[in-house]
Ligand binder design. Structure first.
Ligand code: GLP
Length: 241
């Protein structure tokens, strides 16, 4: 695992976006695993500006998002597809038919893994980390489901996502589909981005603690080609190891 600590959230987001843009330049038909979350907004903003300067071309790329809510209607702006449209897809030249979300159009979770394989597998999977160590929507548990599956969201995770539903917790779905942890780990490269002091305790447990299903993000430690990008605030507890 390579760990890079940058001075600020914006420099960490910039480095992450440049990493993705470099891959797209080297391999325009890349297959990308993409996350949602506030951490990613500056990454996607940077990718949009790189795209406008001709430095990030998505025309041949294929994307598979990590997760999606179950039961939010297609017009619901809280859905992760709406998030991705708003913060990335509508502003770059990605082909809509090559953007994928688990469970869309009633597809079975396992078909998502088949679609990823049929596309050639994930070249890069970018991930954020939930406050409880979740990856995608793989919540902490005694056992994790390896492949794409349906999950029941923890109350804290629903609260953390309420901002997408105008702060109305009642409207946050209780169920979601998530790429499984093994699916994420099949990516040829995994990039974890975490920024801000609020993530410091979970970053310490995920990166500096033992590998455990109680902190799903800790499984990244087992990946042969993982890059962890942190800002100084998120990395500050790593020094205490
Ligand atoms: C959601 C997503 C996760 C993401 C997490 C962190 O729960 N399902 O994939 O990592 O949010 O979000 P934030 O970046 O807002 O802290």
């Amino acid at each position: 695992m390579q760990i890079i600590v940058l001075p600020s959230g914006s420099s960490a987001a910039l480095a992450t976006a440049q990493f993705l843009a470099r891959l797209l330049r080297a391999q325009p038909a890349s297959v990308l695993g993409l996350p949602t979350g506030r951490t990613m907004i500056p990454v996607y903003q940077t990718l949009i500006s790189l795209h406008r300067r001709g430095r990030a071309d998505f025309s041949k790329a294929t994307t598979f998002n990590l997760d999606e809510f179950v039961g939010a209607s297609p017009g619901n702006e809280g859905r992760y597809r709406a998030f991705m449209r708003r913060y990335l897809f509508d502003a770059v030249n990605v082909s809509r038919r090559r953007t994928h979300f688990p469970g869309e159009q009633g597809s079975s979770p396992s078909s998502y893994d088949e679609m990823i394989s049929a596309a050639g597998g994930l070249d890069l999977c970018l991930v954020g980390i939930g406050m409880n160590g979740h990856l995608g929507f793989n919540e902490p548990a005694a056992r994790l489901t390896p492949r794409t599956h349906r999950v029941r969201l923890m109350p804290a995770t629903r609260r953390a996502n309420a901002y997408l539903f105008d702060g109305r917790l009642r409207e946050v779905p209780r169920l979601a589909h998530s790429m499984g942890i093994a699916t994420i780990l099949t990516a040829r490269t995994v990039v974890l981005l975490a920024t801000g002091a609020s993530k410091a305790p979970i970053v310490r447990r995920a990166i500096g603690g033992p590998v455990t299903t109680r902190v799903p993000a800790s499984l990244i430690q087992t990946h042969p080609n993982a890059l962890v990008v942190l800002d100084r605030a998120a990395a500050r507890e790593l020094r205490r190891l």
